[in-house]
Design a protein around this ligand. Structure first.
Ligand code: PLP
Length: 360
């Protein structure tokens, strides 16, 4: 491997996580969410390794096209839908399913000449992001069922706080959703990762939309992915590129933000915010070196960080440092940057080499 930072992507772990999801939601169809470059894991190789999911969901047209161009034939859902007639035609030609969440998008469907797409009609049941008011459901369903550009009509909503198990808002959302679903004869999709695990499944033709779980990450504050039976898909690692004595009183890094309280050994590791190891990581953030958790010291640089290896360190230049992954759950690291696993993994892979490993 190189001396720079790299993200090792374990496709065998991805397949394992998919089987865990299937077991915890028996009967549900799976719309695997691979937006944002599959949460930083590499959208194309991720999708190619699990082609047997029921569909993939992406946020942007460009992502959907990229999947088709890579030979992915699984149905693809555009989570925000289309915004002009060109995009609608592209969706119909490529057989993309579209979310319809606003009046403007119904206008596009009404005006379209020829062809039809599967439509996920989205309702806002309390998140106040995308979707129609459920009070208008009957009228909207009738309109879309009578629209020639709609091949099949399905129903969708999104939970705002499913990751917070005690949150009463989810109960209120589910109540509205149940009312919607009762009057609807067709496929329905409500739950993201947290919803799929924490809230009782709806019965019938139900689709779940896991993202986080696929990648081995927990949506809950009080549980790691490992505790949910998942395996981390991303192993983010780098190497020691310098090991030196550190004298008591020495100031480490830009602005000298860390002062050594005692003689020790400093290790410099080849990962920084340019690689996706955010500058928000504070002194004390654990880094795994030769089986020990050692603390980050001083400010994160663009390409490097410093750690305190301890006074008796025997670590050497070239030794591997794990920033998160096996042995160091990302859920343990994230709070040190006031981050959540989502934003950490999404920040990786825009610069450095990644290596796809399939041991399954
Ligand atoms: C991103 C997204 C998901 C996946 O969420 P996870 O918490 O990663 O499982 C599901 N549904 C919608 C609408 C999304 O935008």
């Amino acid at each position: 491997m190189t001396f720079g930072a790299r993200a090792l992507i374990r496709l065998d772990a991805l397949k394992h996580n998919l089987s865990v999801i299937r077991k915890s939601c028996p009967g549900a169809k799976i719309m695997a969410v691979v937006k944002a470059n599959a949460y930083g894991h590499g959208m194309v190789p991720v999708a190619q390794s699990i082609p047997d999911v029921d569909s993939f969901a992406v946020a942007r047209m460009a992502e959907a096209i990229q999947l088709r161009q890579a030979g992915v034939e699984t149905p693809i859902v555009l989570l925000a839908g289309v915004f002009n007639d060109d995009e609608l035609q592209q969706a119909i030609t490529n057989n993309f399913e579209i979310v319809v969440h606003c009046e403007e998008q119904i206008g596009l469907l009404d005006a379209a000449q020829g062809g039809a797409a599967t439509v996920w009609l989205k309702f806002d049941t309390g998140m106040n992001r995308l979707g129609f008011n459920p009070d208008d459901a009957e009228n909207l369903i009738t309109r879309l069922r009578n629209c020639n550009s709609v091949a099949e009509l399905r129903l969708m909503s999104h939970l705002a706080s499913a990751d917070d198990r005690g949150n009463a808002a989810t109960g209120a959302q589910l109540e509205r959703i149940n009312e919607l679903v009762e009057g609807f004869d067709g496929a329905v999709s409500i739950a993201n990762s947290a919803g799929a695990l924490a809230w009782p499944a709806l019965t019938g033709d139900v689709w779940i939309r896991p993202g986080l779980l696929l990648f081995g990450l927990s949506p809950f504050d009080d549980q790691t992915g490992g505790e949910l039976g998942l395996l981390p898909v991303m192993q983010f690692e780098a190497r020691l590129i310098a090991v030196k004595p550190l004298a008591k009183g020495a100031l480490v890094g830009y602005r000298g933000r860390y002062e050594a309280p005692a003689d020790s050994t400093i290790g410099i590791i080849s990962a920084g915010y340019g690689d996706g190891y955010t500058r928000h990581f504070k002194t004390g953030t654990p880094v795994l070196v030769n089986g020990r958790k050692v603390p980050l010291i001083g400010n994160v640089s663009m390409d490097m960080i410093a750690v305190d290896l301890g006074p008796d360190a025997a670590d050497q230049v070239g030794d591997v440092a794990t920033l998160w992954g096996d042995g160091l759950p990302i859920e343990e690291v994230a709070p040190w940057a006031d981050a959540i696993p989502y934003d950490l993994v999404c920040g990786v892979m825009n610069r450095e080499a990644s290596e796809i490993v399939d041991q399954g």
